[in-house]
Design a protein around this ligand. Structure first.
Ligand SMILES: [Cu+2]
Length: 280
């Protein structure tokens, strides 16, 4: 019996929470869930009761009914108060998690681009800050292409150490991670179920996403927007790492970038340098 109740209780379907604001969002979700459950049983209980009470009887005559103002006013006012109350109650947590103005000071800032079908990430590299790119300078959008999705300006020395990863997302534990998200083709949704983060990313604009995760480990990153035939494949694993582990990973990456930059025979020019049409 306990097992059945556990399956029926959809709140138990949540994955483990690893986000500092997750518990608050979960309790907001629980309130809305239980209110919906109560209203569901109330309305369907009344419906069932009337179905039985007014079932066919040869002695009973139907009559025309022209509405009841008291009932109509009641069922208008009650939901109005209910929704207003939920709105007011949720406003604070919504603002703190979603409003651009409330994004906390970033310990780590990362750019993400959704594409059919995967995720690209741009890390600021050893200096901790981005060079000129399509996020911090709108005019750099003209640099965006299939080969350079972030529109990185190769003449900006601050960007020389910035590096891109594909479907490889790593963040440090207990840090304010601020992600600026966009897309290079269609709508995608950046979904980190354990972090209680879900944000649509839209071509041509950058969305502010932030979170602070308190547990290390590997978790699922998925796309929560039906974005095309390969949508199902648009999932990856991301890693919440200890600060030391994260720094070590950054050092490895920075060394790779440095090695790639040191003089070597120039590679043949890539054939496919077509600009991504939707971003121009
Ligand atoms: Cu997608």
């Amino acid at each position: 019996m306990g097992d059945i109740l556990h399956v029926l209780d959809m709140l138990a379907w949540f994955p483990e929470n690893i986000s500092t604001f997750g518990a608050e969002l979960d309790s907001l979700f629980a309130i809305i869930y239980w209110v919906s459950v109560a209203i569901f049983f109330l309305t369907f209980g009344i419906l069932g009761y009337f179905l039985v009470k007014y079932r066919y009887s040869p002695d009973r005559k139907g009559y025309n009914y022209h509405g009841n103002n008291i009932v109509e006013i009641t069922w208008t006012i009650l939901p109005t108060f209910l929704f207003a109350a939920i709105g007011l109650y949720s406003d604070d947590i919504w603002e703190r998690t979603k409003y651009s103005k409330r994004v906390p000071t970033a310990d780590v800032e990362i750019l993400v681009l959704g594409k059919q079908f995967g995720w690209l990430f741009l890390y600021p590299g050893a200096d901790g800050s981005f060079g000129r790119n399509a996020y911090n300078d709108r005019t750099a959008r003209s640099l965006m292409s299939a080969m350079n999705p972030f529109g990185m300006d190769s003449t900006d020395p601050a960007g020389a150490d910035d590096f891109v990863t594909e479907n490889q997302f790593r963040v440090p534990v207990n840090s304010n991670v601020v992600v600026r998200g966009s897309s290079i083709d269609v709508l995608h949704s950046f979904f980190l179920p354990h972090a209680r983060v879900k944000q649509d990313v839209v071509p041509g604009t950058w969305m502010n996403i932030w979170f602070n995760l308190f547990k290390t480990g590997k978790y699922e990153l998925a796309c929560a927007e039906l974005c095309g035939g390969g949508h199902y494949a648009m999932r990856a694993e991301y890693q919440v790492m200890s600060k030391a582990g994260y720094d070590a990973w950054l050092d490895t990456k920075n060394a790779e970038v440095k090695a790639a930059r040191s003089p070597q025979p120039a590679p043949a020019a890539p054939a496919d340098t077509a600009a991504v049409a939707s971003l121009r």
